[in-house]
Design a binder for this molecule. Structure first.
Ligand code: PDD
Length: 287
């Protein structure tokens, strides 16, 4: 069961409909965030709302609602689910003329979804997941401050289909320069000789909330983390690999393409620290 709220109104899921003239539907002209609860409370909601504003700014979509309103609605949605919740906030450009020009769209839609949070089975955190190395190249929308979290996920959907066909749980995309970028709905990290590595925002990736929290946890442990533009060979030679995302936290990786990796001590350390972190918005992490 998925609960739905549209522009502040609760709507039965079967009645939750948008116009076929909504540019979110016609052109993927929309932005979104996925937030989860931990111990019953929204986790890192402040960071997610900052990224939502950033995404809106980048596509020239003004969000005419206060953060407090969006926060309160996300909280109400999480409560309506009961137990740990997955909350998705989608903002579409709204209905307009049948034209690429977004100027005629004057009523953006604010749509909230809520459902019970599904997390990977416990054994996956012990054994690690398999990642398919996709042939699809990532098309970055912003090269400097992190990609925009938009409804344009077709390259990622195609890569995920490849992953399924290869019995993998995720797919890794390289960018057009064949540098390591990110997975379909997660960021990637690896450890080489005790040092953490992850693609920089310039590789065209999303600035993941979980990624930023891992930077903080690594710093607390004195683990050095290098952000950079890395060829695939760097990942192939790594000692440990893991991915990060809102719904999976820090999740070990045992296979990328043809290469196998053990679940190593730094991954296990960061997994344990992430489990213990509690709330993060008060930490005022750079975002
Ligand atoms: N996805 N990269 C991409 C392309 C993503 O879609 C996501 C998140 C991430 C990780 O970001 P964060 O740590 O903020 O969740 C990286 C969400 C969970 C989703 O679309 O379901």
């Amino acid at each position: 069961m998925v609960n739905v709220m549209m522009n502040g109104e609760w709507v039965a899921p079967e009645d939750a409909k948008i116009s076929v003239f909504d540019h979110g539907f016609l052109f993927g002209d929309s932005i979104y965030e996925v937030v989860r609860t931990r111990h019953g409370a929204l986790f890192a909601a402040g960071m997610h709302l900052k990224r939502l504003r950033y995404s809106g700014d980048q596509i020239g979509l003004e969000l005419p609602w206060a953060d407090t309103l969006m926060h309160d609605e996300m909280e109400a949605m999480a409560k309506s689910v009961g137990g740990e919740a997955y909350v998705r906030l989608v903002i579409t450009r709204g209905p307009g003329p049948l034209s690429i020009n977004p100027d005629g769209c004057v009523n953006p839609m604010r749509i909230l979804f809520g459902k019970p949070l599904e997390v990977p089975a416990a054994h996956v955190y012990k054994d690690g997941i398999h990642i398919h190395l996709s042939r699809i190249r990532k098309n970055p929308l912003s090269k400097v401050k992190g990609n925009i979290k938009t409804g344009n996920y077709l390259d990622h959907v195609m890569a995920f289909r490849e992953a399924l066909a290869h019995n993998c749980q995720e797919a890794l995309l390289l960018n057009h320069r064949k540098q390591v970028a990110e997975c379909t709905t997660s960021n990637i990290f690896w450890v080489t000789r005790g040092k953490l590595h992850t693609p920089s925002l310039r590789s065209g990736i999303l600035k993941g909330v979980t990624r930023q929290i891992v930077f903080y946890l690594a710093e607390q442990q004195g683990i050095v983390c290098e952000e950079g533009l890395f060829p695939l060979e760097e990942l192939v030679q790594a000692d440990e690999v893991f991915i990060t995302s809102t719904t999976r936290d820090v999740l070990p990786v045992s296979v990328v393409g043809e290469q196998r990796y053990p679940v190593g001590p730094i991954t296990r350390r960061l997994m344990a620290d992430f489990d213990a972190i509690g709330q993060v918005d008060h930490l005022d992490l750079k975002f």
